[in-house]
Design a protein around this ligand. Structure first.
Ligand SMILES: Nc1nc2c(ncn2[C@@H]2O[C@H](COP(=O)(O)OP(=O)(O)O)[C@@H](O)[C@H]2O)c(=O)[nH]1
Ligand SMILES: [Mg+2]
Length: 474
């Protein structure tokens, strides 16, 4: 009894003594210590911000840039998930677990109807988006979005990328003068840089950057033997690029890392441009400002089915992630598009519950804040840890598309019907006024070969995802 009291008293006086000592120390030396820390931090802050200023001025004055890597997450408020009730979560999960169509579907009939839907939409004459805030060429605000074209290319892609950017300049960018960012996993050669600069008007702003090896290369925790064995098998089944390690790296980079490249840090939007693509129609309004002023997260032109052999475990893996983070789901997500099983039921079954519909990311205009959000990063890190970029051939297109369809508001995903665009073999060709065409494309003609018509997912997007308001945007 006595010893317990003694113990309690000792503990009490001991604590009191420590608090008093700390208080005295703070009052005498603490403020000085605080000042020192503050001064040091400010010094550091000043150094960092002057380095940024210097970089920014370099960016606007020079036509080349540096390439250091400095990843970081910014959580834009619109991409912070809201907490949801169990009832809502259960309803959302239910929609993700069942296919869009019940058993007994006639896939040929669905394909026929879908082709009709697609043709009738694309053959209806359209002009620019019907919004009252379009920023037209020549106006003060034209070209003022924080935005860049993004070209991930190799030195040997020079001719192909020149073709792409020249038609892009002619149809759009001569009027808006948005900058170009070229990225490569290797150093760009002088020949490449000169070739690009010569192909663009003198006023064009261009930067060339190198990707850090650690952001590009296969991560150390991938079992190379396992990767090789699995890709040998995929290759034998005719899956393209299966044995091409650089292709796996590229898909992972576009899924997980590109948006953290320091050269993109000051941009909110990136428009991806690939070698060998064509732009067909005149675009007289600022596409980036349209995205910004109408709260768009993503812009696409084409959406297609994928080869299910490349994504066999992607959907089950995504569902594991979703069960861990059900709050991340968006109540107005484009779930039906992911769960469509009518036109290509074998794809849905082969991909274990995923239609394989995806935006064709060789054209994409991305709100980088979405990709830099905690939500997207958690998602892609989870997938990355499972190794599917190497043990399968998960593409950046299905990975990005699933994230958008699950976690973003479907009304913030915009189909740029008015942008005539082609990457072999598929085309988005709208019906526009004659003078808006600069080259031949046939309105509604998706692909030159009839047997590939079934690869088009756009009708599902039109029928099950687009609201009337979205349809009325053109
Ligand atoms: N720097 C670099 N770019 C690559 C590499 N592999 C692909 N790309 C780029 O990544 C994009 C997609 O590659 P691409 O070969 O067009 O793929 P596909 O459209 O799926 O056939 C294009 O912009 C390519 O230039 C690579 O190994 N290094
Ligand atoms: Mg390509």
């Amino acid at each position: 009894m006595l010893s317990r009291r003694l113990l309690r008293a000792t503990a009490f006086y001991g604590t009191a003594l420590t608090v008093v000592t700390l208080l005295i120390l703070y009052l005498t030396a603490g403020s000085e210590f605080y000042e020192t820390v503050k001064t040091r931090a400010k010094g550091h802050y000043d150094t960092v911000s002057s380095a940024i200023d210097e970089k920014l001025s370099q960016m606007s004055n020079s036509r080349t840039g540096d390439s250091s890597s400095q990843p970081g997450l910014e959580n834009a408020p619109e991409f912070i998930p809201t907490t949801k009730s169990t009832e809502i979560i259960n309803k959302l999960m239910e929609r993700l677990e069942k296919p869009l169509y019940d058993d007994g579907i006639d896939s040929r009939q669905i394909l026929r109807k879908n082709k009709e839907t697609y043709a009738s939409v694309l053959r209806t004459k359209i002009d620019e988006p019907n919004v009252d805030n379009l920023v037209k060429a020549g106006s003060d605000e034209a070209g003022t979005a924080k935005a860049t074209f993004l070209c991930l290319v190799r030195n040997e892609d020079l001719d192909g990328i020149i073709k792409s950017i020249q038609t892009l300049q002619e149809t759009f960018n001569n009027e808006f003068n948005y900058p170009y960012t070229f990225l490569n996993d290797d150093e760009f050669t002088e020949e490449f840089k000169k070739g690009i600069l010569n192909a663009l008007p003198a006023k064009a702003s261009v930067r060339f950057g190198k990707i850090e090896d650690s952001d590009w290369e296969m991560p150390a925790w991938i079992d190379i033997g396992d990767y090789q064995k699995k890709m040998e098998a995929l290759d034998e089944q005719g899956v393209g690029h299966a044995k091409q390690l650089s292709y796996h790296n590229m898909c992972r980079y576009y899924s997980k890392n590109f948006h953290h490249h320091p050269m993109l840090r000051d941009y909110k939007f990136a428009w991806r441009v690939e070698p060998g693509v064509s732009f067909y129609c005149q675009i007289d309004y600022d596409v980036f400002k349209f995205m910004e002023m109408n709260n768009k997260v993503y812009g696409f032109t084409l959406n297609l089915y994928d080869n299910p052999l490349t994504v066999e475990t992607l959907w089950p893996t995504v569902m594991e992630f979703v069960r861990e983070h059900p709050d991340y789901l968006h109540e107005n997500g484009a779930f039906e598009w992911l769960k469509e099983n009518g036109q290509k039921p074998d794809n849905y079954n082969g991909a274990n519950g995923y239609s394989t519909c995806h935006f064709w990311t060789n054209f994409e205009i991305t709100n980088l804040d979405f990709l830099r959000s905690q939500l997207y990063q958690d998602y892609v890190d989870f997938l990355d840890q499972r190794g599917g970029f190497y043990y399968e051939r998960w593409g950046d297109a299905p990975v990005r598309s699933i994230a958008l369809a699950l976690f973003a508001d479907k009304d913030s995903i915009h189909w740029f019907r008015d942008i005539g665009y082609s990457h072999m073999p598929y085309t988005n060709c709208p019906k526009r006024d004659e003078e808006k065409y600069r080259a031949q494309c046939v309105p509604g003609k998706f692909v030159p070969w009839g047997n590939l018509e079934a690869e088009n997912c756009q009708a599902t997007w039109i029928k099950y995802v687009m609201s009337e308001d979205q349809m009325d945007l053109y």
